[in-house]
Ligand binder design. Structure first.
Ligand code: IPD
Ligand code: CA
Ligand code: CA
Length: 260
């Protein structure tokens, strides 16, 4: 597992260099719209192909779930879950917060996670049995228990507005109780920042497996707790997530459940 993680990290860095190389060539003309506010470009698609090709060589038995569907999803015991560019809208608008996110599932359970935030050159990773790392140093979630001393992250609804009212009520509640709430624009970065203690917690609905599979595992290995909005353990496939330090998770989840 360690070796596979190291080789995957090297591949991710290589693809990261490709993405950064495209920044200056990129223009509005390259943007396609998949559905409402779901943007994509040749950069996402090419990066994904590079990741799929590299991972197929590293682990030929594993299947894929990928955002840009450059390879068909065939259910297998081991599955790579890939977001080649998480924070596409940021990338397209020149806002320097975006990442590559990769999770490995074994029988649907995350066993490896890699999130590479390209602009700070920060590589977050963990494999089954390891601590969580940021650029080679062990990271851990925060231990703050008082809401008043916490900083949270979220993703604002941008295409699924069905949960808008409970979401806004949750936000109103938390804005008054915490130090503040950030919207970074990359779910994988939000999770990585919970893992290393920059954020105490993160919540969002309307997510896909590739947004969160890698980050979920890193948070867990850093001592954090993950559930979905209903309190269930699966957050990879359930579209909503509450990720927080062990110290804060219950309080954050119970605020969300008051409104949802
Ligand atoms: C999005 C980002 C964003 C989150 C969205 C995701 P994309 O992924 O992670 O932060 O709020 O829910 O879909 O489209 O940039 O890969
Ligand atoms: Ca994403
Ligand atoms: Ca993406």
């Amino acid at each position: 597992m360690k070796q596979l993680c190291e080789k995957t990290c090297a591949l991710v860095k290589e693809v990261g260099a490709y993405i950064q190389g495209q920044r200056t060539h990129f223009s509005e003309a390259n943007i396609e719209t998949k559905s409402i506010n779901q943007l994509v470009s040749y950069v996402d698609q090419t990066a994904e192909k590079k990741l799929v090709n590299g991972l197929s060589l590293l682990f030929p038995d594993a299947g894929f779930i990928t955002e840009e569907q450059t390879i068909a999803t065939e259910t297998k015991e081991w599955m790579w879950v890939i977001d080649p560019l998480d924070g596409t809208t940021n990338f397209m608008h020149g806002i320097p917060v975006y990442s590559i996110s990769i999770g490995l599932l074994h029988n649907n359970k995350p066993v490896m996670g890699i999130v590479y935030e390209l602009n700070q050159n920060e590589l977050f990773y963990a494999w089954e049995g390891s601590p969580a790392y940021l650029n080679g140093s062990i990271i851990q979630v925060r231990s703050e228990t008082k809401f008043a001393n916490t900083l949270l992250a979220t993703g604002l609804p941008y295409y699924d507005f069905e949960g808008m009212q409970p979401y806004l009520s949750t936000l109103t509640h938390l804005m008054k109780e915490t130090r503040g709430i950030r919207r970074m624009g990359s779910a994988a970065v939000d999770l990585a920042y919970v893992a290393c203690g920059r954020f105490d917690g993160y919540f969002e609905y309307g997510l896909s497996p590739w947004d969160v599979a890698g980050g979920i595992f890193i948070v867990q290995q850093a001592g954090g707790v993950i559930t979905n909005f209903d309190g269930g353990e699966d957050a990879v496939f359930s579209r909503s997530i509450v990720a927080a330090s062990a110290a804060l998770h219950q309080q954050l989840a119970s605020v969300i459940q008051t409104y949802f």
